[in-house]
Design a protein around this ligand. Structure first.
Ligand SMILES: NC(=O)c1ccc[n+]([C@@H]2O[C@H](COP(=O)([O-])OP(=O)(O)OC[C@H]3O[C@@H](n4cnc5c(N)ncnc54)[C@H](OP(=O)(O)O)[C@@H]3O)[C@@H](O)[C@H]2O)c1
Length: 338
């Protein structure tokens, strides 16, 4: 009998999420009804937002319940179909979770959509997945990058930040990235063609922002929050845009962290700070695919995939995002397509 390996949520983390918060289980293969697909997960996406999904608080999605399979983005291959438009062997993208097999229902949000021809599971979850989409719409819908603008990106060597910065470069901006450690900073300048990089683990961020952005920041794409957000707010140009994409510095904090003390700088500089959630843009995915497909074909976007292996390593792979071990889009390959 084929079994379905799963990682379920055992306890809600306080502080850093770890393998101890999850339990390994083996269950029988699920059956399917009319309109459903049985999908074998091939590749899992790891996203900082998963840390929020295991808190017992309502957010833009309901929390994962104790005993439930951990929610995760995935690409899988259809092994059985009772839906007229989907055939066994086809690759689909959805929210398959930390398990080998999932029952998916095409038509339901984030359940099963076919991969475009020629797109690999890794590319579908990475550059053409949620993080690429987030970089594209976060930057281009919440701000208007213009030639000569100074754009600052935090979490710059990550999946979202690296793409946001490169799109800003394509729009003619001068781009400064903030990332942890010399290797990531070197990659930003040498491979992703950022103009400069600030190593927040080894440099004084506030001083370096002031040095590298002498005329102020026109656009700040923030993935981190906390002290880095505060340092950026001290260096805004007039009419700046502060895009709140995420605040990873606080995701594993046991107590709420204080907000920036200098929000009045938004008033002084007549600037706007705005957050967004990418699921509101899913209906516009075709605009993104058209632009990103062309940029990729023209060699204008450089992206990294950090691919881990092994079902047993799933919980620890999520932690890599919060320790900065990942270099590029964090994925884990469970199986190859047949
Ligand atoms: N608004 C939305 O709809 C949306 C959608 C997707 C993602 N996001 C947000 O985008 C951000 C990036 O997500 P991603 O999936 O692209 O992950 P990622 O950037 O590929 O990986 C996370 C990175 O965050 C950095 N980091 C971890 N802890 C940190 C801390 N305490 N201070 C500063 N940096 C820290 C690490 O890089 P270093 O080595 O440089 O520290 C790590 O590599 C997250 O905040 C996420 O929540 C938002």
């Amino acid at each position: 009998m084929t079994i379905n390996r799963q990682w379920v949520l055992k306890s809600r983390p306080t502080g850093m999420i770890s393998e101890a918060n999850f339990e390994y289980k083996e269950t029988p293969l699920p059956g399917i009804d009319d309109g459903e697909l049985l999908v074998r997960n091939l590749c899992l996406s790891f996203d900082p937002t998963q840390r929020g999904w295991v808190n017992d608080t309502e957010s833009y999605m309901p929390p994962v319940g104790i005993g439930e399979v951990m929610r995760a983005g995935s690409v899988g291959q259809i092994v059985e179909s009772r839906h007229p438009d989907y055939k066994p062997g086809e690759l689909v993208q959805g929210t398959g979770g930390w398990q080998d097999y999932v029952v998916a229902t095409p038509g339901q949000m984030m359940s099963a959509s076919k991969l475009p021809q020629g797109v690999t599971p890794e590319l579908a979850l990475g550059l053409f997945g949620i993080t690429g989409l987030t970089a594209y719409f976060g930057l281009l819908d919440l701000s208007e990058p213009k030639p000569g603008h100074t754009v600052l990106v935090s979490g710059a060597a990550g999946a979202t930040g690296s793409v946001a910065g490169q799109i800003a470069k394509l729009k003619g901006c001068r781009v400064v990235g903030i990332a942890g450690g010399p290797t990531k900073c070197q990659w930003l300048v040498d491979e992703a063609h950022f103009d400069s990089a600030i190593d927040y683990k080894n440099e004084n961020v506030a001083e370096r922002i002031a040095e590298l952005c002498p005329d102020g920041i026109n656009i700040f794409f923030d993935n981190v929050g906390g002290e880095i957000l505060e340092a950026a707010l001290d260096n805004l140009a007039m009419n700046a845009r502060v895009i709140l994409c995420g605040g990873i510095s606080a995701y594993n904090s046991e107590t709420p962290l204080p907000g920036p003390v200098n929000l009045m700088n938004l008033v002084i500089t007549r600037s706007r700070m705005e957050g967004f959630i990418i699921i509101d843009y899913l209906h516009r995915v075709d605009e993104f695919v058209a632009d990103m497909g062309q940029w990729l074909q023209e060699g204008k976007i450089n992206h990294l995939e950090d691919i881990q292996e092994g079902f047993e390593n799933i919980p620890n792979t999520l932690q890599r995002l919060f320790t900065g071990q990942n270099m590029g889009k964090q994925l884990l390959r469970i199986a190859d397509p047949t």
